[in-house]
Design a protein around this ligand. Structure first.
Ligand code: LIP
Length: 294
């Protein structure tokens, strides 16, 4: 377990967080339009960490668009993306992007996938050494755009309008709907399943949607009461994490409020302490460290 810095990084002076949110919304919409409208009939894919961990040609095209547009709109910022091709910056702001979160759902033409774009300050390669300050998570099939900036609240904007988001007022974990997900490595999935076996009777029910970004936004808008997962990278969680906290949810990891690759959880405030204690204990006992901090 990495030793996380004690305090979150300070904001660069004069940073306009509302403007960063607007940039995130703009480029997320453009990438969402691309992956929805330009999807070829035969989707090209290649495998990554395991044979079930694939990247599609549209993941790559979406990231190329995001890199180009963020370079035009915010030329001094860095970019860290799931696919190859990020860059360092000089402004103190790094865009952490997942060009398609929920790639397997996209591959199967299922609706639960998202474009996640988050502006963070600090070093996104070091757990606890960064924090998201503006974010947009777009679900292209539903045209639901979840967005927020630090201290500005969280909103869900659709073609029909926009509303402020608040996490549920639930206080009983046994009546809570909890989301989770699983990694691409078979040995990790077996360990995650053992943890799930012990969690399942302690909650109302479990949902596995397939996109961490949308699961975190589901906690923000009350479609889930809680969520946890091990093995998430910074790009999977950065955008949804900010939307969730700006909607009044609590987020954290193995220790305190710092989410890491080893454990990310988010919950409505009335069940957060109980869910955090449970998933920390089950993850420590059954899953262990998944390595590669981010
Ligand atoms: C996905 C995550 C999801 C997890 C999947 C996958 P990807 O990210 O968002 O929570 O359960 O296994 O890792 O690979 O689609 O960007």
């Amino acid at each position: 377990m990495s030793s996380a810095p004690s305090a979150p990084p300070a904001l660069p002076p004069g940073l306009d967080l509302a403007d960063l949110e607007r940039v995130a919304c703009t480029v997320a919409r453009e990438a969402g339009r691309l992956v929805l409208e330009d999807r070829p009939r035969r989707l090209g894919t290649s495998s990554k960490s395991t044979r079930t961990d694939v990247v599609t040609e549209m993941d790559q095209r979406s990231q190329e668009l995001l890199l180009d547009r963020l370079g035009a709109l915010r030329p001094d910022d860095g970019v860290l993306g799931e696919e190859e091709g990020g860059r360092t910056g000089t402004s103190g702001v790094t865009w952490v992007i997942d060009p398609i979160d929920g790639t397997i759902n996209y591959l199967y033409d299922a609706a639960e996938y998202a474009v996640s774009v988050a502006a963070v300050v600090g070093d996104p390669a070091r757990p606890g050494a960064w924090r998201p300050v503006a974010a947009a998570v777009l679900g292209p099939p539903s045209a639901e755009l979840f967005h927020a900036h630090l201290g500005g609240g969280a909103r869900l904007t659709t073609p029909g309008g926009s509303r402020v988001l608040r996490a549920n007022p639930v206080t009983d974990l046994g009546l809570s709907l909890v989301g989770t997900g699983f990694g691409y490595d078979a040995a990790l999935r077996e360990r995650q399943a053992r943890a799930l076996v012990e969690l399942l009777p302690r909650v109302r029910d479990v949902r596995r949607h397939g996109s961490a970004a949308l699961d975190l936004c589901a906690v923000a808008c009350g479609r889930l009461d809680g969520y946890y997962e091990t093995g998430l990278n910074a790009w999977d969680r950065a955008g949804g994490e900010l939307v969730a906290t700006e909607a009044g949810a609590l987020v954290g990891g193995e220790v305190g409020g710092v989410t890491t690759r080893d454990l990310t959880w988010a919950a409505a405030p009335g069940v957060a302490e109980e869910l955090a204690a449970l998933v920390r204990e089950l993850s420590a006992r059954h899953v262990g460290s998944v390595g590669d901090p981010a």
